[in-house]
Design a protein. Structure first.
Length: 296
C-alpha cells in the first residue's frame, strides 16, 4: 500500500492544550459510547470541500465484484475480499478504504480463532462473524454500484470525499456505524442466546488483538495515528496501553450485547433501535469535535 499523508486545515493549539483536549475528548468518547440516550447532535461541517478521488473504472468494477454477496459466502472469502478492497482503495490513497483497513486485521484475528476452536460454539461464532462482515460488504457493494446506502454509511462516504476530514476520521465513522448499529443487528440475526455471552466476550477480546495492525495500516495509507483512540490517553497513562485497549473493546462489546438483547425482545425492539441511534449520534458528535480540533 502507498503512504498518504495530508495536511488538513485545523485550529492551532499549543502542545499542552492539544494534549489536554485529546485526553478529555477521547475519554469522553469512551463514556458516551456506553451511555444510552445521551444525545449530542452530529452534523457535517459547513463549507464542505469535495475532493473525490478518481478511482480507475476497472478498479471500481473490481470492488463491486469483490463485495457482491455471491463472492462472500464463506468467511475466508470475505477475509480475502476485504483485504483486496483495502489494497485497491489504499493504493490510490482513497479514504473510502479507511474502514477496510480497520476490518482486514480484525478478520485476520477472527478467522484463525474460529479455526482453532477457541469458542464453546464455533458454528455460532462463524455465523456471527460472517453476518457481521457481510453487512459491511453489502454497503460497499451498494456504493460501488450506485444503489442506496444506509444513512449512517452515507455519512461515511460523504466524509471520505470531503478533504476537510482526515482518513482517521473516516475510519472512525465506519467503526462507529459498524460497532454500534451493525454488530447488535448481527447478534440478533444469528439468534444469539444469553448463553453465548462468554463466547461473545472472548470474540471481543480477540478483536482487540488486531489493534496494532489497525493503527499501522491507517497510518501508512492515510497518515493518521489512531493509537490514542484505543489507549484513551489518560486512561492508558494510568493502567497501561494493553489494558486500556481492552477497556475500549470491552465497553464497545458490552454496549453491543445489551442492544442485541434488546432487539431480540419484541417489546423492546423499537426502544432499542432508538437508543442505538442516540448512541451513534452521540459518538459522531464526539468524533466530529475531535476532528475539528485536529486530533485525527
Amino acid at each position: 500500500m502507498s503512504a498518504r499523508v495530508e495536511t488538513r486545515g485545523a485550529a492551532r493549539y499549543s502542545p499542552h492544550t492539544k494534549t489536554l483536549l485529546r485526553r478529555s475528548t477521547v475519554v469522553l468518547g469512551l463514556v458516551l459510547l456506553t451511555v444510552t440516550g445521551v444525545l449530542v447532535p452530529a452534523h457535517a461541517a459547513d463549507g464542505t470541500t469535495t475532493c473525490r478521488p478518481q478511482l480507475p473504472g476497472v478498479e471500481a468494477q473490481h470492488i463491486a465484484a469483490l463485495s457482491a454477496p455471491s463472492a462472500n459466502r464463506t468467511l475466508v472469502d470475505a477475509q480475502s475480499n476485504v483485504h483486496q478492497i483495502a489494497d485497491i482503495w489504499g493504493d490510490q490513497g482513497d479514504p473510502r478504504g479507511a474502514f477496510a483497513d480497520v476490518y482486514a486485521p480484525i478478520l485476520d484475528t477472527t478467522v484463525p480463532s474460529i479455526r482453532q476452536g477457541v469458542y464453546t460454539n464455533s458454528e455460532w461464532a462463524r455465523r456471527l462473524a460472517l453476518n457481521f462482515v457481510n453487512r459491511y460488504l453489502a454497503l460497499v457493494h451498494a456504493h460501488a454500484t450506485g444503489a442506496d446506502v444506509p444513512r449512517e454509511w452515507q455519512r461515511y462516504y460523504q466524509y471520505a470525499t470531503d478533504c476537510r476530514h482526515s482518513g482517521g476520521r473516516v475510519a472512525t465513522s465506519g467503526m462507529n456505524s459498524h460497532l454500534i448499529l451493525d454488530l447488535p443487528t448481527a447478534l440478533d440475526a444469528v439468534d444469539t442466546s444469553r448463553q453465548r455471552w462468554a463466547d461473545f466476550n472472548l470474540y471481543g477480546e480477540i478483536l482487540g488483538k488486531a489493534t496494532p495492525q489497525i493503527v499501522a495500516s491507517i497510518k501508512a495509507d492515510y497518515g493518521t495515528d489512531l493509537s490514542e483512540l484505543f489507549t484513551a490517553s489518560i486512561v492508558g497513562d494510568t493502567i497501561g496501553e494493553e489494558r486500556a485497549t481492552g477497556l475500549f473493546f470491552q465497553s464497545v462489546r458490552a454496549a453491543a450485547w445489551v442492544s442485541g438483547r434488546g432487539l431480540a425482545e419484541p417489546a423492546t425492539t423499537a426502544a432499542t433501535h432508538a437508543a442505538m441511534w442516540a448512541e451513534w449520534l452521540t459518538a459522531e458528535g464526539v468524533l466530529d469535535t475531535s476532528d475539528a480540533i485536529g486530533l485525527f
